[in-house]
Design a protein around this ligand. Structure first.
Ligand code: 2GW
Ligand code: MN
Length: 297
């Protein structure tokens, strides 16, 4: 921790010319109060990150759940665009969790990339589909996935890659700024406020609101994260509670207690419904339009 210096003007300007440094993004926050980088387009050199990852000969896991109609609707595009943009040139193993392994589309994979399909039971309520992911991921991280990957990203399926999502995103633990909420005042953030819930955040708590559609880290860090969230979800259930944003509420509690080592700007998981914004230069993942009414009955 404490790896990124605070953004003072002397660091943002080139010593020699006095011009703004080419890697500066002075209009956005690029460092958390605890010293973790918040990576925005232009604040890192993708080639350096790529070289370092290649030297370490990493295997990077990408987990995604596609249960029920989400499989036909989203999985193929998610995987096809991941082949173009996710960790290109690295060793990658996809883990697709579904109740219908036979229906998983056959996507042509590049060299060094493989896809494993794991069967899960289909939960009846959609909230349970989403929440059961933490328990399932925890088990997978303790099994083959945990043995074969060094770093893992866990993602929603209702999105597709639209730009490079490379090794610059890797770190011991990685959280994603939620594109709806990154510019909101902290007191307005939709944390769980019920004091009886394991996910509760008091007023004044919370650094940022993170999106559960993307989180990642080392296998060890993710085993802790998924254990924490699965435990919190079970604790709430035993009391007849369900946090406001389900697994996402528990994820936010975890990252409040255990600060992420790296934070991804909203460019890494952008909602096109928000329209163009000056600070969003190159979105890496785009949400599919929400069809809550259609999918949630
Ligand atoms: C989820 C909601 C309504 C209807 C269906 C489903 C559903 C989700 C499903 O039928 N099948 C399925 O495989 N899923 C998986 O759960 C899939 O991977 C999907 O991306 C993920 C989360 O559901 P999603 O993407 O429809 O909900 P979002 O985009 O509103 O998710 C945010 O909030 C969730 C909790 O409510 C999670 O925390 C999620 O990570 C957040 O992005
Ligand atoms: Mn989603």
């Amino acid at each position: 921790m404490g790896v990124c210096p605070s953004a003072t003007m002397s660091l943002l300007t080139d010593n020699f010319t006095g011009a703004l440094h080419p890697w500066a993004r002075p209009e956005v926050l690029t460092c958390t109060p605890w010293g973790a980088p918040i990576i925005w387009d232009g604040t890192f050199d993708p080639d350096v990150a790529k070289q370092e990852a290649t030297q370490q000969n990493l295997t990077i896991g990408l987990t995604v759940f596609a249960v029920g109609r989400h499989l036909e609707k989203y999985l193929e595009r998610f995987l096809e665009t991941a082949e173009q943009h996710f960790m290109a040139g690295q060793r990658v193993v996809y883990y697709v969790f579904t109740e219908r392994p036979g229906a998983v589309p056959r996507v042509a994979l590049g060299p060094g990339r493989r896809l494993r399909v794991e069967r899960v039971v289909r939960e009846r309520r959609w909230q349970d589909v989403s929440m059961a992911r933490m328990r399932t991921l925890h088990a997978a991280l303790g099994g083959r996935l945990g043995r074969e990957a060094h770093f893992v990203f866990c993602m929603d399926v209702d999105q597709h890659f639209s730009g490079t999502f490379g090794p610059e995103a890797l770190a011991e633990s990685v959280a994603q700024l939620h594109s709806w909420h990154y510019h909101w005042p902290r007191w307005l953030l939709p944390f769980e406020r019920d004091a009886h819930s394991a996910a509760v955040m008091a007023r004044g708590e919370g650094d940022f609101y993170y999106h559960a559609a993307v989180f990642g880290g080392s296998v060890a860090a993710l085993r802790d994260l998924t254990a924490h969230c699965a435990r919190g979800l079970a604790w709430d259930r035993a009391r007849g509670l369900e946090a406001r944003w389900h697994d996402e509420s528990h994820l936010n509690k975890f990252f409040w207690l255990h600060k992420p080592a790296k934070v991804l700007s909203p460019e890494f998981c952008w909602s096109p419904d928000l329209g163009p914004r000056a600070e969003i230069r190159r979105p890496r993942l785009l949400w599919a339009p929400k069809e809550y009414r259609l999918l949630r009955d």
